[in-house]
Design a protein around this ligand. Structure first.
Ligand code: ATP
Ligand code: MG
Length: 256
């Protein structure tokens, strides 16, 4: 089982759309059993995106229990075949998942690791809260692959630098380089100068963070944006962003 997580410093970089389409593509195009876990406790969206299921057990409930079995928390998506674990959208102030008790999250990391190992999936992908949230920081150390997303602007670049310095330099080194980190600049404007700018950013980032596996760019595609505007988060196979995602999987996950 490969455990993966999509992260970003700033919100709106495309984590949720990417995670969903990686899950869908892994199942429908690569025949892999895949579980998609929403771990965005501050802005859960899967209940709106996948309204077919009416979940009554959420990741929050799992983390608030000492349960070691995740099976009961998994719902099938009716449009594809990946499993989904939902996050609860109701903020309950007493829930520790909203807090910053490091010991709580370390304990939960262990519980999650045991529970994931029991499941029969080829891939698990977490879609997490942006920024330096304790859940993401602890879950990262369970992962084989991290997809770090950023939009092309100075706030995202600075946030990226902060995450790479404060979190990933240490975690990659602790994992003895078994943690693979991929950087994706998303929603790039289609102007001629963008490629040169991306090359310059990439050269600087590779020099500063030599452990980066790859730095890639996905363009802003109005067609993709229209699909999500009409609530189609599972993009059709010929959507340009979906094609980028499928090629990304082929290049980075399917090579042995
Ligand atoms: N390559 C792209 N081309 C066009 N639109 C895109 C692209 N990638 C993402 N989007 C759009 O950007 C918006 C934000 O995407 P998404 O919700 O996946 O971001 P997020 O990182 O999960 O945000 P949050 O941090 O708030 O959870 C969505 O409306 C999505 O359709
Ligand atoms: Mg999101």
């Amino acid at each position: 089982m490969k455990i993966m997580l999509t992260h970003s410093y700033k919100g709106g970089s495309g984590k949720t759309l990417f995670s969903i389409n990686v899950a869908n593509s892994l199942v429908t195009e690569f025949g892999k059993r895949t579980l998609l876990i929403e771990a965005d406790f501050s802005m859960a969206a899967f209940q709106a995106i996948f309204p077919e299921n009416k979940p009554d057990l959420f990741l929050n409930d799992f983390l608030n229990s000492s349960d070691n079995n995740l099976e009961n928390y998994i719902y099938p998506d009716t449009k594809s075949d990946f499993g989904i674990i939902y996050c609860d959208t109701n903020f309950k102030a007493k829930d520790q998942v909203h807090g910053s008790d490091q010991n709580f999250f370390l304990e939960k990391r262990k519980q999650l690791k045991v529970a994931l190992k029991k499941l029969d999936y080829d891939y698990v992908i977490f879609d997490v809260t942006p920024g330096l949230h304790f859940f993401a920081i602890n879950a990262i150390s369970l992962c084989d692959h991290i997809f770090l997303m950023a939009r092309p602007d100075i706030q995202n670049l600075n946030g990226l630098d902060l995450l790479l310095q404060k979190v990933f330099t240490k975690t990659v080194s602790l994992s003895r380089n078994s943690l693979k980190l991929y950087l994706i600049f998303n929603q790039l404007p289609k102007v001629d100068e963008m490629k040169g700018l991306l090359d310059r950013w990439s050269a600087d980032l590779y020099t500063k963070y030599p452990f980066l596996q790859s730095i890639e760019g996905f363009y802003y595609e109005p067609e993709t944006s229209y699909f999500t505007a009409t609530s189609q988060f599972i993009l059709p196979k010929d959507d340009p962003t979906r094609r980028e995602i499928t090629n990304f999987i082929k290049r980075n996950l399917m090579k042995t």
